[in-house]
Structure formats: structure tokens, C-alpha cells
Ligand binder design. Structure first.
Ligand code: UTP
Length: 297
């Protein structure tokens, strides 16, 4: 029987430079997809996967993110006075059980691996999920829940993976596949942002991981990798060599890269179209745009 995955790390200490100037004062994870901040999507996904302890790796300027999970007595009293029970229900999702949230600071943005390492003392000898909130995944079964099921079968490290076109592999961590078993692949190596033409496959890792404590141990060496950052990929690659216990998992669902402007806009349209109260108006607008473009051609 494998240890249950009940803890999750949310690394949110990055600088978010691709969204400057907004991220000068608004944490990227608080930016809003329709009407919910990115972090809310990640929290909902983690909860649905059975996570009960939520660890945020934060940094200077992320105060709005910490406040987001607090109760807001003035707002609640006002909504109650006005009888807005539907809005009070909307707020319920933002509340966390007392003591379920912990914040750890990353004093300097030294890379994703370093951010995860900063949470090591809160993880101890347990498996942990890592969710990057700027990857938002639309799916019937939440992505992390699918991964927890895969972890329960294998007991190994599980990284979410998807096929990307060859010209895009240099933007991702890429898996060197040992055996392809369909939705799971066993892995013999992993490289971060391989140079064009050198990627071992087209299977790219996205921001969902289930890691055994050994991976966090490999981060102790603080070795810099691609881009001069301490890379989580390098620690996972070491674990592949040490234990041969890492699997890529082809999740079912559509991933949006909300860390990029184009990805964020695509997600806004897709999530807007998925909302009953918005879809007709939004679709009408998109049809109008398409008609204008066609007429111009
Ligand atoms: P990104 O590579 O998207 O970097 O980080 P970023 O700083 O957030 O954004 P850009 O590239 O400057 O626009 C991926 C995830 O890793 C976290 C980020 O917060 C994000 O969730 N991260 C990255 C850290 O927590 N610490 C770091 O040192 C680097």
C-alpha cells in the first residue's frame, strides 16, 4: 500500500515577467479567468484529488494571494444583509480549513526546483503533489485526480505529459521514453528545454507532478541547470537514474498555458464558452469577428 498523497505544493514565487506591467503589483496567480483567479482553479483541482494540506511557496509582493483565502467579515455581512445567498455560496470555495494552508517564502526566484525545495520541511517523508497554477487544465476528471489514481497503481513519481509539436519542445521539460504503455510511459531520462533538434521525444512535461520525497532530496545539491536556475526537471532526472521509478502520464483534458498571454486569452475564451450564462453572447461576438474577417478577405 502506497502512502496517500494529501499534501500539495503551489510554487507561486515567480516574477511573472511576461505579464508586466500588471504583475508589478498583481500576483500572476490572482489574475482572473472569467471570474476566478488562477489559483482557485488549482485549489479546486487539488481538493478534488484528495489534497488536505496546501503549501504555497510565495515571495515579496504576493500579499494579495495570501489574503485571498481569508474570510472577509465585512463583505459577508453586507451580502447577508442584502440577501445575496448565491454570492455567499460563491465565496465558500475560497475558504480553507483552519491550519490547512501554509506559506513558505522563497527569498529569491532561483527556479522551480528551488521553490519546491523551500517547502521540504513541511513535506517530510511523504509523497507530494506539485501544481503550477499557470497551467490550467479543463477536463471531466480533474488532472491531478487522474494522476493520483496512476500513482496508486505504480507508487512511483508521476509527471503529467502531453505531445507537443517538434518546434515547441525547447520550451518544455521533455521525457526520454523507455516503454510506452498508452496513457503511462516509463521514463529513462528527462531534459529541461532541449536545444532545437535534440529533444528525446515530443512528450513534454506540464505543471502537475506527484513526487516521492527522494526527489526533494536531490535538490539539496542546489545545482544550477538550464537558464542558470535550479530546475525541478534535473532533480527528477536524478531520481530516474537512482530508482528507475518515474512515469509520464498522458492526462485526459486540455491544458492552457496561462503563463503566456496567448494561452491566457485562449483559456479566457474557452472557459467563457463553457459558462452557461456567457456562452451565447460570447459565441455571437466570435461569429461577428469571423464574419468581419471573412468579408475583409
Ligand atoms: P515560470 O517559468 O512561468 O516563471 O514559472 P514566472 O516567473 O512565473 O513567469 P515569467 O516567465 O517571468 O513570465 C513556473 C512556475 O514556477 C514558479 C512560478 O511562480 C510559476 O508558478 N516559480 C518559478 C517559483 O515559484 N520560483 C521560481 O524561482 C521560479
Amino acid at each position: 500500500m502506497h502512502k496517500k498523497v494529501t499534501k500539495a505544493i503551489f510554487p507561486v514565487a515567480g516574477l511573472g515577467t511576461r505579464f508586466l506591467p500588471a504583475t508589478k503589483s498583481v500576483p500572476k496567480e490572482i489574475m482572473t479567468l472569467v471570474d476566478r483567479p488562477l489559483i482557485q482553479y488549482a485549489i479546486d483541482e487539488a481538493r478534488a484529488a484528495g489534497i488536505t494540506e496546501f503549501i504555497f511557496v510565495t515571495s515579496r509582493g504576493k500579499g494579495a494571494l495570501e489574503d485571498y483565502f481569508d474570510h472577509s467579515p465585512t463583505l459577508e455581512a453586507e451580502l447577508e444583509r442584502k440577501g445575496k445567498t448565491d454570492l455567499m455560496e460563491v465565496l465558500q470555495d475560497t475558504y480553507m480549513d483552519s491550519g490547512a494552508v501554509a506559506y513558505v517564502r522563497q527569498h529569491k526566484a532561483m527556479g522551480l526546483g528551488h521553490a519546491v525545495w523551500c517547502a521540504r520541511r513541511l513535506i517530510g517523508n511523504e509523497p507530494v503533489a506539485v501544481l503550477l497554477p499557470d497551467d490550467v487544465i479543463a477536463s471531466d476528471t480533474p488532472c491531478l485526480k487522474q494522476m493520483v489514481e496512476a500513482y496508486e497503481q505504480t507508487g512511483g513519481n508521476v509527471v503529467a505529459a502531453m505531445e507537443v509539436p517538434s518546434e515547441r519542445t525547447s520550451s518544455y521539460g521533455v521525457l526520454d521514453v523507455k516503454e510506452d504503455m498508452g496513457n503511462m510511459v516509463s521514463v529513462k531520462g528527462m531534459v529541461e528545454k532541449p536545444e532545437a533538434g535534440t529533444a528525446p521525444s515530443n512528450l513534454a512535461v506540464i505543471g502537475r507532478y506527484i513526487l516521492t520525497p527522494d526527489v526533494l532530496g536531490h535538490l539539496d545539491t542546489m545545482e544550477e541547470g538550464a537558464g542558470g536556475e535550479i530546475q525541478l526537471t534535473d532533480a527528477i532526472a536524478k531520481e530516474i537514474q537512482a530508482s528507475d521509478n518515474v512515469y509520464g502520464f498522458r492526462f485526459r483534458g486540455q491544458r492552457f498555458d496561462c503563463g503566456s498571454k496567448a494561452g491566457f486569452l485562449q483559456a479566457t475564451v474557452a472557459f467563457g464558452l463553457a459558462r452557461e450564462e456567457l456562452k451565447d453572447e460570447l459565441q455571437g461576438y466570435l461569429n461577428e469577428l469571423a464574419a468581419v474577417k471573412q468579408a475583409a478577405e
